[in-house]
Design a protein around this ligand. Sequence first.
Ligand SMILES: O=C(O)CCC(=O)C(=O)O
Length: 327
Amino acid sequence: MVNGKNVNVLQGLELHTRVFNAEEQKKIVESVYEFQLMGQRGRLREKTYSEPAKWMRGKGRVTIQFGCFYNYAIDKYGNPPGILRNEEVDPLPPIFKQMIKRMVRWHVLPPTCVPNSFIVNIYDEEDCIPPHIDHHDFLRPFCTISFLTECNILFGSNLKIVGPGEFGEFTGPVSIPLPTGSMLILKGNGADVAKHCVPSVPDKRISITFRRMDERKIPYGYSPDPELQGLQPMISTPSRNAPLQHNQIVTKEPSSRVAAPPPRVVLKPIGGSSFVIGENNFPPLGVRNASQQRGYKKNGFRNQQRGHKKDGFQNQQKGHKKNGFRS
Ligand SMILES: O=C(O)CCC(=O)C(=O)O
């Protein structure tokens, strides 16, 4: 109930699973760790990287912002939450632009709302994100992609903080699991009526939230990226599946109808259809060079790597092979 009326707070949410395969997830995660290291070494613009002091359990979420600087809360200069147009952050790196291209080509995001900014959230075990509605300095739809560890995201017009509030314990009417490699699209009521939050996560987790800035809020020093101009969805063949009639979020894995490659855009919750995607449409994400590999090992990411295995990369890999799901 919202203002005494029955409202479907899930309207507008879509969960697309297996948008990025295990190998791609690994490359993206490695890239995130490289940026984290650069941030720690002062090699990113000051506002790009933020690592709060770990003064309390569940309070240490690292953020890396590209495209614009989003001010989460009123700052010491009195700036309200929103995009700070005077601040500069680093531009979108290549691997993340490839991700954006895929979202548009696979009909996951419309060409009218191509993301031009994103925030990486690096959660340690027990970190959380409290209930919020994303600022309207960003257009709808926007999306968040999950890596390393599956967790739940809660939605509701009235999310409750349980206990003292600092510990990431929240409750809400709807809990949606976010599998690794999946992309959650937020628009409609799901973005604007419902709040969402991620309660304290069970293990290390990374999410990347891609958003398009409102034209009026674009930073003064920002130049549009030519690579992201004029992106168009791929021509698609409507499936013979009947459109889904429900208005609840539903997840499907890639269909086994098509021999190779299987469709990866798998869900359109309301009156949508699936798409059959042709071959060679998406080059593998991110080609790594030897020095990057060295950096990865040298910087202690091996431990993370073990974490990956524990968190199911290997299982996913087996799944991909079984289903012939390849780039
Ligand atoms: O970590 C997530 O999946 C959610 C991120 C989020 O809500 C945000 O960046 O505003």
